[in-house]
Structures are given as structure tokens and as C-alpha cells.
Write a new protein. Structure first.
Length: 446
């Protein structure tokens, strides 16, 4: 399902501009004019991305005994993609406007006979376009040596299913999860990172018996909804279910979770019942038996799969849109405009900088560095020493730092610091010895 363009593009522009200004996300290869559909995560962006990946990993793998992890290669045997159907069928239908040269995905056009950019009716006939990115492996660049960058991170999970099952002694039902890059030669990359050509997926394939698989489908739906509302703090107005109109022939159910981006509703995650399709295909193409032997009943069968598949980049974009706020602090002086505070209200657990450490004066830099040293192995911290304290608070607000620890002239005497809360702006005096306990509670709820 694609985005419907509507509402608050202004917010989108602000988010994109903040991302560039503060080093969250910018275009790849900018000095060469950029490279369409490719994005770099800068210093704060890469910390945010790692935190989001870690949150998902913790939620899906580390806190469950029946889900294990995988970190597979991006390029795998080319037959993988023949078996999965990607080489033959993974494509979109596109056409071009002959007049203004705009390219369209036909399924996204409101009126497939008219160019929405210039109104011309002179369009090329629709033609198929495969989204797989190709490369060559080995010294000869010919048909035989073509390999593909994976179009989804889940296929290697199916290839390694037996190895993982044996190595971990897992019995059904159990899941295998992976976070990793995927590549699609999207015809119309757009909406910032929403539709990129290189992106990160966070996917989990849950293997179970066919009987009861719809219950697992419901279970994962519920888990994933809770993750968005409880862990990321998205409100019930910001996300919605979007059941698929058409199901793949092997699927019993499929639904997306959509987020209300400034440009309209867009898919964040798909929860799919995949039947036995993938294992069946790889069994056929590899000649290897992919069946599971039930140790209790002695029955042999191909497990059914329920998948949860989410884009990390889209999650980050949703988090940024959700977090962006502008507070108005009315100025005391007549005739002056209200003071605007830009703030990213990230959940503390995923904020790129969780604790800013700020000396009140340059003379306190060493003491502040000492305080930072005490906590930097537990949290992502930044020592911010330049500019007046007000400006530094603003800078930390803008990158979404939930807590600022200020070291002042009393610190030496009372062994305490002042902690400023990003959202309430309340300030609390806390003993340095109690700092970890205080921050653990605020950031993780421990
Ligand atoms: P869409 O309909 O938006 O093209 P899709 O249905 O093809 O997405 P899936 O193949 O189900 O997407 O991939 C799972 C998830 O991977 C999506 O929910 C999305 O978050 C993410 N994703 C897919 N394509 C892209 C892309 N081009 N750029 C960024 N993220 C993507």
C-alpha cells in the first residue's frame, strides 16, 4: 500500500531540514549532487538507528526464548531469488510522460492515462520493471555470474532454517529474526527515506504448525501494535491497521500497520501469513528436505510461517515526525516575537544522546568530564561545553536529549548536579552518587 499525499508537508520540510542541520540524515554523495534513493545517517542519526535496531532486537529476540537471531550475507546464491519468485515476478509496472519525462509507477497513478505533473496524455505504454539490484560475482561479467543484492532480508532465514534449528535445538513454534540491508531499484524513490533504494529491514519469521497459525498471526499483530504504542509512544491516531485487499495464493491473512506521516498514511510494517510457500520453494529448488520432524508425534511436515517485517528507516522517519515539536515561550519584551523552542521528544530509551553533560562555566569543564566518565558506559552521553548554557539547552532539545546534567560551582561542595528534564523543563538536584539510579529509572523505568 502506498502513501496518499495529503496534509502537513510543512512539518515534513521541517523534519528534513532539522535532519540535515543537526546531522541525523542527509543525501548520500551530496558533493556529487546526491544519489537518488540513497541516504546517509550522520552522527546523531546513526546513534538513533542503532538504538532503534537494538530496541527491536531486544523486543523480538533478547526477551524471548523462542526467537533466535541471524546475521546473514546480503548476497546469497542466485537461485534463492529464482526460488522466491523475485527474479521472475518482483517488479512494478511503470510508464513515462513523453512530454515532461516524469516517471510513474502505474499502480500509484490516480489516472493512469494522464501525467499528474504536466497533464499530458502522451505517456509511454506501461512496461514491467524488475526491482532486483544486480551485480556480478567472480571474474567474468556474464549472465552466468549474475548475483543479486537481497530485495528482502528474510530469504536467508529460510535458507538457514535447518542449520539454525539443529544448532539451537529449537522446536516448533519458534522464530528467526534478522536486521539488515535490503535493496530495491525503486522506480520513484521519494518522501525522504520513506521509499529508498537501499534500506534496512527488521524481520522475524515465525515457524509453526499450520493448525493454530492464525492464532499466532493474531498474537504477533497484538505484540507489534503494543510495541508501537508502548515502546515508541505512537498514539492510536497515528497508527492504523490496513488489511491487504488481495492475498497471495499461499497466504491465509496479511495486514499492514500504517503510520500517519505528514504526507499521508504509509506502510510501516507488514504482518504476513506466508503458509509453507518459502520453505516449499527452497525445498524444490535446492533439492534439500526442509521438513520438520515433530519429536512427539513423529509427523513430518513443512512448517507454516507468520512474518513480521518492518522498515527501520520508515520507523525512524515515523519517530522523527512523532517527536518533532515547537514550543512557544512568550517573550517578556513587548514588540518581540515569541521565542520558539524546537524539540524532538524522543522516548529516552532511543534518544541518540540520552544524557547531555553541561558545565555551567569553562572553569568546570574538567569536573563535567569526570561526571560524564562515570555514566558514559551506561548511556549515550555528550559533553557540551561551547556557548552559553541557554543555547546549549536548546541545542540538546533540538537533538532530543531527554536529560541534561549541569555541573555548577556548588557541585564541588555538595557532590550534586542539576538535572533538567527536556519535556517539563523542571530542574532537580541529584547527588552524583545517585545519578545512575536516577537515570536508570527515568530512561528504562528500572
Ligand atoms: P511498499 O508497498 O511501500 O513498496 P512493500 O509492501 O513492498 O512496501 P515489504 O516488501 O512488505 O514492503 O517490506 C517490508 C517493510 O520494508 C515495509 O513495511 C517497509 O517498512 C520496508 N520497505 C519496503 N520497501 C522500502 C523502501 N523502498 N524504502 C524503505 N523501506 C522499505
Amino acid at each position: 500500500m502506498d502513501v496518499q499525499e495529503t496534509s502537513d508537508m510543512n512539518l515534513m520540510e521541517k523534519v528534513v531540514s532539522l535532519c540535515k542541520r543537526r546531522g541525523f540524515v542527509f543525501q548520500s554523495s551530496e558533493i556529487y549532487g546526491g544519489f537518488n534513493g540513497f541516504w546517509d545517517y550522520g552522527p546523531y542519526g546513526s546513534m538513533l538507528k542503532k538504538a532503534v535496531e537494538q530496541l527491536w532486537w531486544n523486543e523480538m529476540v533478547e526477551t524471548r526464548n523462542n526467537v533466535v537471531g541471524l546475521d546473514s550475507t546480503i548476497i546469497c546464491h542466485p537461485r534463492t531469488w529464482k526460488a522466491s519468485g523475485h527474479v521472475d515476478r518482483f517488479g512494478d509496472i511503470m510508464c513515462d510522460c513523453k512530454k515532461c519525462k516524469t516517471r510513474f509507477r502505474v499502480d500509484q497513478m490516480e489516472d493512469p492515462t494522464t501525467c499528474s505533473n504536466c497533464g499530458s496524455k502522451d505517456l509511454t505504454p506501461p512496461r514491467e520493471f524488475n526491482l532486483m539490484m544486480k551485480t556480478y560475482v567472480g571474474p567474468v561479467f556474464d549472465e552466468e555470474h549474475i548475483a543479486y543484492l537481497r530485495a528482502e532480508s528474510c530469504q536467508p532465514i529460510f535458507l538457514d532454517f535447518n542449520l539454525i534449528r539443529i544448532a539451537t535445538r529449537q522446536q516448533l513454534p519458534f522464530g528467526i529474526a534478522q536486521v539488515g540491508k535490503a535493496f530495491r531499484n525503486e522506480i520513484t524513490p521519494r518522501m525522504f527515506t520513506f521509499r529508498s533504494r537501499e534500506f534496512t529491514q527488521m524481520e522475524m519469521e515465525f515457524f509453526c504448525e499450520d493448525e493454530g497459525s492464525l492464532d499466532w498471526f493474531e498474537y504477533w499483530k497484538e505484540q507489534r501494535w503494543k510495541y508501537y504504542t508502548e515502546k515508541l509512544g505512537f498514539t492510536e491516531d497515528e497508527i492504523q491497521w490496513a488489511p491487504h485487499d488481495k492475498l497471495a495464493h499461499y497466504a491465509k491473512a496479511a495486514v499492514d500497520i500504517e503510520f500517519k506521516f505528514p504526507f499521508g498514511w504509509g506502510e510501516l510494517e507488514g504482518i504476513h501469513h506466508r503458509g509453507t510457500w518459502d520453505l516449499q520453494q527452497h525445498q524444490e529448488f535446492s533439492g534439500q528436505n526442509m521438513e520438520y520432524l515433530d519429536p512427539v508425534t513423529g509427523k513430518r511436515f513443512l512448517p507454516t510461517v507468520v512474518e513480521t517485517s518492518v522498515g527501520c528507516d520508515r520507523t525512524i522517519l515515523a519517530i522523527l515526525c512523532h517527536a518533532y515539536a515547537e514550543d512557544k515561550a512568550p517573550t517578556q519584551k513587548e514588540g518581540m516575537e515569541d521565542d520558539i523552542r524546537i524539540v524532538l521528544r524522543f522516548p529516552p530509551r532511543i534518544a541518540p544522546i540520552q544524557v547531555g553533560v553541561l558545565p555551567l562555566s569553562k572553569k568546570l569543564n574538567d569536573k563535567a568530564a569526570e561526571v560524564q566518565k562515570k555514566i558514559q558506559q551506561f548511556y549515550r552521553t555528550e559533553l557540551d561545553v561551547t556557548g552559553n548554557i541557554g543555547k546549549r539547552y536548546r541545542r540538546q532539545d533540538e537533538i532530543g536529549t531527554p536529560f541534561c546534567v549541569t555541573v555548577d560551582f556548588d557541585t564541588e561542595n555538595d557532590g550534586a548536579v542539576t538535572i533538567r528534564d527536556r519535556d517539563t523543563m523542571a530542574q532537580e538536584r541529584v547527588a552524583i552518587d545517585q545519578l545512575k539510579q536516577y537515570l536508570d529509572n527515568k530512561i528504562y523505568g528500572w
